[in-house]
Write a protein that binds this ligand. Structure first.
Ligand code: SF4
Length: 311
């Protein structure tokens, strides 16, 4: 007898395990359907899909809860045991720093105490930030929320990220100012990544300057439930219009940059969805893709130029 109809949702890195989990839950008497839509966080729960197929529950793999929703969702965190042997290579680069702040992702949060103990044994004072914003555990960072790094920035001599990839440490790097060591056990990388602060700051300035003459603005809104920000889009549209620009709100679930590139009338786009889109995906659009703050800066410069012209 059927127990329940369940929709399974996996982030991209775990989609390869979908069949195994589907069969396991089917074996327990459930009807199981797998979401094939791209997803990158628990900010993006496939509630519309679940309702469409009459599912009573979503099982979301790989992320902890991000936001409250009015639907039955079970979160299945996915822990990865990274090899600690790489830590030996971090001792020398950190030699001159007395106090270090350590951050990681939800996949390695269970390893954080051991990483901290390693550095303590090597004479460091270790600071682990409280959970901030969307993060649920001490020392945890998300791509859009590195509060536990930012909150310890003033108390440490250096910051250390332990875990996979560059996506998460980049977010933490951009909200801190101290030397930032990446320890990436899967690629075997131990290196300071501070140079990216300047690279990304120049890139941001470039986008702002390239948008100063923009006349038509596309404001991107996603229907992903934890990222949707229609109120902000309306505010930005009103601001654009009161600055004499023409603006439209463009809605999608997962943005297809090919489609957006077909919207040739627009001179610049402003992102109100996942904040990382306007940092990581700018090269995928022909026109500048700005954050809300960057757009406000564009408006400020335009205003200043107008004042200058009047004088
Ligand atoms: S970084 Fe983007 S995709 Fe990841 S949790 Fe934050 S909003 Fe969601």
């Amino acid at each position: 007898m059927m127990n329940m109809r369940i929709l399974l949702q996996f982030p991209e890195g775990l989609k390869q395990e979908a069949l195994r989990h589907a069969k396991e839950l089917e074996g327990q008497g459930n009807e199981v359907v797998v979401s094939a839509t791209p997803t990158f966080g628990a900010c993006d729960l496939a509630i519309d899909e679940a309702k469409n197929i009459g599912a009573e529950k979503i099982v979301h793999f790989g992320h902890a809860e991000f936001h409250r929703v009015d639907f039955n969702v079970e979160y299945v965190p996915y822990q990865i045991n990274a090899d600690f042997s790489i830590l030996d290579r971090a001792v020398e680069p950190l030699r001159q720093f007395k106090t270090v702040g350590i951050v990681t992702t939800i996949q390695h949060i269970h390893q954080l105490d051991k990483v901290a103990d390693f550095f303590r044994q090597h004479g460091k004072e270790v600071v682990i930030g409280k959970p901030y914003g969307f993060a649920k555990k001490p020392g945890q960072i998300l791509g859009c929320d590195a509060g536990s790094a930012a909150s310890v920035n003033g108390r440490v001599d250096a910051l250390v990220y332990f875990g996979g990839g560059m996506f998460h440490p980049l977010g933490a790097l951009l909200v801190t100012t101290k030397p930032f060591l990446l320890i990436e056990p899967f690629q075997g990388t131990v290196e300071f990544i501070d140079k990216y602060r300047e690279i990304y700051s120049k890139r941001s300035r470039g986008k702002i300057l390239a948008s100063v003459d923009a006349k038509n603005i596309g404001i991107l809104v996603t229907t992903k439930n934890g990222q949707n920000n229609m109120p902000m889009a309306r505010i930005l549209k009103a601001k654009a219009e009161s600055a004499g620009l023409s603006a439209a709100i463009l809605v999608s679930n997962t943005f297809d940059f090919g489609s957006i590139n077909n919207m040739l009338e627009f001179d610049a786009f402003v992102n109100t969805a996942c904040p990382r889109i306007s940092i990581d995906d700018t090269d995928r659009l022909r026109k500048p893709l700005l954050s809300a703050n960057e757009f406000n800066e564009v408006l400020r410069i335009k205003d200043e130029l107008k004042g200058g012209r009047k004088r």
